[in-house]
Write a protein that binds this ligand. Sequence first.
Ligand SMILES: [Zn+2]
Length: 253
Amino acid sequence: MTEALTQDLVAAGRRTAHLPLIMMYHSVGVRSHDPNNLVVTPDRFEEQMAALKRRGLRGVSVAELVAARAAGSARGLVGLTFDDGYTDVVENALPILQSFGFSGTFYILAGRIGGANEWDEGTPWPLVDEAGIRRWADAGFEVGSHGMMHVALAGVEPDVLRREVADSREKLAGLLGKPPSGYCYAYGSMDAAARSAVAEAGYDHATAVISRVSLGPYALPRIWIGQVHTSKHILKMLYTYRLHRRISGRHAL
Ligand SMILES: [Zn+2]
C-alpha cells in the first residue's frame, strides 16, 4: 500500500511537471479514524515542509504562485493548499508554515463556516468559524472559496453553479473585506460550464485535483500529499518533477 502510494506520488509529479507544483492537504492534526486519507500529523507535515526547505523551495499560496508565474519569477515556489477549512489547519499548520517563512491557501466552504464535514462518512470533524478564518487571513495567508456546501460541480444546473461559485465568493468577501481570488472544486469535480462560472464570477484562478492535460488557470492540478509521505518520498517526487521539467525544457521550479 505504502509503495503504491509513493509510486502514485512520483507518477503525479511526472504527469504535472509542465505545470506549477501545487500540493493538496486537508486536515493537519491527530485523529483516530481517517478512512479517506485526509489527515497528516503535525510532525509529518513539519517533516514535509522541511524537505521543501532543504531543496531550497518555498511554500506559497496559489495566488502568489500564479502571480509569480505571470511575472516570470515562480522559480523555487511550491503551492500549498488546504481544502475544506478544518480547524486543525489553523491550530497546527499555520504556526509550522510561519516557522518556515511559508504561506498557503485555505479553501473555505462559505455555507459551512463553524460547521462540520457532514458530506463525508464517519465522525464529523469541525470546520473553522469566522475567527479561525480571520486568524489565517491576518497572517497574510490566502483564503479561497471551496463553494458553499461541498457540491460536485460537473453537470449541475446553472442555479447550483451560481450558488456554489458566485454566492460563496460574495459571502467570503463580506467576511474578509475583499473577494477571494481563488476557487477550489469540491471533489475536484468540474466541467467547462463550471470553469466558465468561476471565471465569470471574478476569480483569477481555480484548483482541481489531478489532470493529465493543462486546462488553464481555472483547473490547476494538484498533487495529494498524505501521512504516508515521508521527507524521502517528497524529495523523490521533487526530483522526478524537476527531471521531467528539464527534459521538457521548462524550469519554473
Ligand atoms: Zn473538499
